[in-house]
Design a protein around this ligand. Sequence first.
Ligand code: ZN
Length: 127
Amino acid sequence: MMLHMDAFNLFWAAYPRRSAKGAARRAWATVPPLEVDAIMAGLEQAKLHNPQWRKDGGMYIPHPATWLRAEGWLDEFTITLPKLQPQRAAVIDRCEWPGCETYAVTSDIGGRNKRCSEHYHMKEVTP
Ligand SMILES: [Zn+2]
């Protein structure tokens, strides 16, 4: 079995922010050796999916000691970003009646006089 401190060197090499190595080593000494595989897997997940880590060139990546003490390898990253809606031409599709905020349901040929159902029968747009 790999010595715990050899495993630390692998962790250190894999961690994207190598700072405060002494503190990192002391934090490492407190993690259970059986957790090492989970730590390395969690580290790869964080590098791939933690939005804080991927932001601004990694400037929000915690010190490795901080990450270890926080058991950061247990963090879960669920991608919850909504899909972008296709941009509707909302302005064009609004009823042209002054002050009306309703979406137009009809327009004559040529795309003029877009009106909602309420204003469809009104003859002119009177500003
Ligand atoms: Zn209208």
